[in-house]
Design a protein around this ligand. Structure first.
Ligand SMILES: Cc1cc2nc3c(=O)[nH]c(=O)nc-3n(C[C@H](O)[C@H](O)[C@H](O)COP(=O)(O)O)c2cc1C
Ligand code: SF4
Ligand code: SF4
Length: 445
């Protein structure tokens, strides 16, 4: 069987599946329960000067019957006294010496950083995570994302930390910034041992239509919160990828966070350069037990592909993430409908007719509801295959007959690109579009 153990910037763990700093890591009780369930590491709920929280404090985006597709919170860092947390860190380490216990920290002054680092190291923490992420509450006090959005300030604080830390330091980034590589690079320049991301996205999940307060409702008012859960995964994945492929950042271990729920999510983060992952929302939704499916799935994937350790495939997808200009313009696909599988719902027809390229036709025969593709009109955009509710009913078939590759970059180099508003080298020129008047019902057959 494959070996899941990791050495993440010097922090050893039996597997790369860690709990993110959040309510599931609020106490030693929860973390011991999680370790027994199979999690390999945990980042303790952020420690600092304890806070006072409001209620309610969570909101959710539910979508078509799925609860908590996106999750929003206005919770602050730990409200428990530091001494209690330190005592429990010590206890967890006694029971689980080989698991990773990482103390997440957020304080203000240099003296406070130095003191809390010493306290956590004395308690036996295997690593430290610097929380420069919370986009609510703490940032109003000059911490959290207020630091994550100012690379120079972030770098200075990482430097303060590195002056005294004797265990590995992970800098946790805020995604509330245009270029994630700016704080990423600042953290590397400050001397961080590793990076984790993402913390939550500044958000409002909805408004109560009776009292006009944003959710979560705190007595008729609310505040922007931090958004996470499955909805944020695509954005987080891209941020991980940007750091993992940045010339001056790559090589720094990355812990990937954001919307992880299944083994597949984990593998995707690893393929894009993360070498550990952290999970919050899906554990808050389904409990610690989800790690069993995650572990079994990752092990099966590794066996199927012949990988012995996760390092055999960390970053393996990175070379395939190119700039748009380097994609093959001659690669052409066209949709094909499998008549055996089609249930005649006509969703593909509506989508292509109103939202794409009018490349799907209907037979007009009430006895035959299977639409057909008009090959000449199909631009191979994928939309119909994405809306089709039947697995593999619409496939995209290659039609370029292996024509030589040509990229935009190469066409630029050859001076073979549209340069004027009516240039005949534009891609859409000559492509079928119906006459505008055909849109009117009276002109349709
Ligand atoms: C209720 C709640 C509280 C959180 N508290 C913290 C915190 O104290 N420190 C921190 O670094 N991140 C905190 N986070 C952010 C998570 O650690 C994580 O970065 C984020 O939720 C994205 O992961 P997910 O999509 O798996 O939830 C919190 C998230 C939630 C939902
Ligand atoms: S791939 Fe796009 S253009 Fe082609 S049939 Fe489907 S929706 Fe229409
Ligand atoms: S969406 Fe799929 S199932 Fe529905 S009509 Fe189109 S091909 Fe058939």
């Amino acid at each position: 069987m494959a070996d899941l153990s990791i050495n993440f910037a010097g922090i050893k763990a039996p597997n790369p599946f860690w709990l993110a700093s959040a309510p599931p890591t609020n106490s030693g009780y929860q973390i011991m329960k999680a370790f027994e369930a199979g999690w390999g590491g945990a980042v303790w709920k952020t420690l600092g000067v304890p806070v006072v929280n409001v209620s309610s404090r969570y909101g959710s985006t539910d979508y078509r019957g799925s609860r908590m597709v996106g999750f929003n919170n206005i919770e602050l860092i730990s409200d428990r006294p530091l001494a209690d947390n330190l005592k429990e860190i010590e206890e967890v380490k006694k029971y689980f010496p080989d698991h990773a216990v990482i103390a997440s920290l957020m304080v203000e002054s240099k003296a406070e950083w130095h003191q809390i680092i010493k306290d956590c190291e004395n308690a036996g923490a295997d690593g430290l995570e610097l929380n420069f992420g919370c986009p609510h509450g703490m940032c109003e006090r000059g911490m959290g994302s207020a630091v994550g959005q100012e690379p120079e300030v972030l770098k200075t604080i990482v430097e303060w930390v590195m002056e005294v830390a004797t265990v590995p330091v992970i800098t946790k980034l805020s995604p509330n910034i245009s270029h994630i590589t700016d704080p990423g690079l600042a953290s590397v320049q400050g001397g961080t041992d590793a990076i984790s991301l993402v913390n939550t996205f500044k958000s409002i999940v909805g408004i109560n239509l009776d009292n006009y307060a944003p959710y979560p409702d705190v007595g008729g008012a609310g505040s922007n919160g931090g958004y996470c859960g499955p909805a944020v995964k695509p954005i987080a994945l891209n941020m991980v990828r940007e750091l993992a492929s940045h010339l001056q950042i790559k090589g720094t271990p990355i812990s990937g966070i954001g919307g992880i729920e299944t083994w597949r999510d984990v593998v995707e983060y690893l393929l894009l350069g993360a070498s550990s992952v952290q999970v919050c929302t899906s554990v808050m939704h389904y409990g610690f037990g989800i790690v069993r499916e995650i572990e079994a799935g990752v092990l099966q994937f590794m066996d199927d592909k012949g990988y012995d350790t996760i390092y055999d495939f960390v970053g393996k997808a990175l070379p395939n993430v190119k700039e748009w200009k380097d994609l093959n313009l001659n690669h052409k696909v066209v949709a094909t409908i499998d008549e055996e599988k089609c249930i005649g719902c006509e969703l593909c027809y509506i989508a292509c007719e109103d939202g794409a390229h009018q490349a799907i036709g209907l037979s007009g025969d009430p006895g035959n509801r299977t639409p057909y593709i008009i090959d000449d009109n199909c631009v191979g955009c994928n939309l119909c295959s994405l809306v089709c509710p039947v697995q593999d009913c619409i496939t995209m078939d290659r039609r370029d007959d292996g024509k030589a590759e040509i990229t935009w970059a190469e066409r630029m180099a050859n001076n073979d690109v549209p340069t004027t508003f009516n240039d005949s080298r534009a891609g859409g020129l000559g492509h079928y579009v119906p006459e505008p008047s055909l849109a009117l019902k009276k002109n349709q057959k």
